[in-house]
Design a binder for this molecule. Sequence first.
Ligand code: NI
Length: 169
Amino acid sequence: MGKPQIPEVILDAHISDWITVLEVFPERLKSLVENLLEVQLDTCYRPEGWTVRQVVHHISDSHHNSYTRFKWTLTENQPVIKAYYEDRWAALFDSKSAPIELSINTIKALHAKWVYFLKGLSKSDLEQVFIHPEGNEKVSLQENIGIYAWHCNHHYEHINQLMIRKGWK
Ligand code: NI
């Protein structure tokens, strides 16, 4: 699963494939987890890792942050984005105990709005960059679409592989 592999030259076909991943992800994730029992939701996907519940809440929080970065980038000149401690967010009480429906519903609404927005961006919008404070790295919006398509599949597979190993599916 590793790290996102973003091609050097990003073609329109890459962007449209990535947007499709973002578009279908809420339903895929919902179908994957909707029948899990509480005890299964509270199972770590790897030793010392997050529980399934924490992963679902993490996706919601992470994509919420990402959405905001897209808006910043189109309304400011190469903004330095705000990083956050995802492990500390995942350790907050709601990440550990809240019903996953809250985040499943958030992801559904957020992705619908995000995808609508992404589909309307021009080539020059997609080439706009933000600066990630870790390493002062410039990230273009088109790259960032690829990163978050990867992020969907990355965490989907954490849960999916756990379910396969445990014989839950
Ligand atoms: Ni993540």
